[in-house]
Design a protein around this ligand. Structure first.
Ligand code: NAP
Length: 287
């Protein structure tokens, strides 16, 4: 049984490989796919076969997927180009008879109305029309989307957002990676399953600010900002305009519950509680 991970060189992909190995996968069973030979090299060092595969190049994808039984398709990072890219991967998988594709979609893909979800919804539709068995890992927000900004929160004393009292069921990448590994190694028939994955305990951005302040022993407050103003703040800090709009749209949809997940799929798959926001913050502060 050969398991390939597309997007293996990314942050989630590397954690998936670690989680697969920790769960007893034989390195000889794994194939790491990435577009950069240089980034693949450390994975080869773990005894894993590596193959170069760019989501933009279907012919290369076909040879890269030769002999693969299960494929984890980690959604690409080039927002706006991902439908064509994912279609290339799915078509290549059809050509070589991959038996199962696990796709990292987004939480509440069909109901959350987030602009960010549009390419994921389109990919889910491509999978449905492909004739290949597939399983959807609808990942919620990464806790790192916030903890990566910890120093900014502490320096300014504020968390800025436009999410009001909307709740976010975030979990660290490592938790989602463990879930992906569990599904890839599962002996159950995963075809047709949809997992809504998120942290056990949701939080508001006010609670995020409170948790950061409490962990660091200083005052940090949440400040809700007008959407247009938040777009300007993001673009002035270097976020590309189109992506700034998407981020602010996400906050507005969070108000309506787009990133709140009321399933316990993630903790069930990983066999433990998801990593709490407080622990994630403490881990970053300890570094
Ligand atoms: P990441 O570190 O940016 O990794 C993205 C992976 O996709 C990398 O391996 C990257 O390759 C690969 N990739 C991008 N374009 C490609 C192409 N044209 N051909 C082949 N590979 C390509 O992101 P991550 O943190 O691991 O997250 C995984 C995915 O989750 C992201 O790509 C995005 O779709 C989604 N995401 C989710 C959240 C969330 O909060 N749930 C947040 C951000 C993103 P390189 O290493 O060569 O760049």
């Amino acid at each position: 049984m050969k398991i390939a991970i597309a997007g293996a060189t990314g942050q989630l992909g590397q954690l998936v490989i670690d989680a697969l190995l920790a769960r007893g996968a034989d390195p000889a069973q794994l194939i790491a796919l990435g577009r950069s030979e240089e980034k693949l090299a450390p994975l080869a060092g773990k005894g894993i076969e590596t193959r170069v595969a760019d989501y933009n190049v279907e012919a290369g994808l076909v040879s890269a997927l030769e002999g693969v039984d299960k494929l984890l398709l980690i959604s690409g990072s080039e927002v706006g180009q991902r439908i064509t890219q994912h279609e290339n991967v799915i078509q290549a998988a059809q050509r070589v008879n991959v038996s199962l594709i696990a796709y990292t979609s987004v939480a509440n893909a069909l109901t959350g109305n987030m602009k960010l979800a549009q390419e994921h919804v389109a990919t889910e539709q491509l999978l449905a029309g492909s004739g290949i068995d597939y399983v959807l890992l609808r990942n919620g927000w990464y806790t790192e989307n916030y903890t990566d900004q910890l120093m900014g929160y502490l320096n300014s004393g504020v968390v800025l957002g436009a999410a009001g009292d909307g709740r976010i069921s975030a979990a660290p990448r490592a938790d989602y990676a463990e879930a992906a590994a569990a599904i890839l190694l599962s002996e159950e028939n995963e075809a047709g399953k949809i997992y809504e994955l998120g942290g056990d305990k949701s939080f508001t951005l006010s609670q995020l600010a409170g948790a950061v302040g409490a962990a660091a022993g200083q005052e940090v407050a949440y400040q809700d900002v007008e959407p247009e103003q938040l777009v300007t703040i993001y673009t002035e800090s270097g976020v590309p305009a189109q992506f700034a709009e998407i981020l602010v749209d996400t906050d507005l949809r969070v108000r309506e519950g787009a990133l709140e997940i009321n399933s316990s799929d993630l903790s069930r798959l990983i066999g433990r509680s998801t990593t709490s926001l407080g622990k994630a913050i403490k881990d970053v502060l300890a570094k």
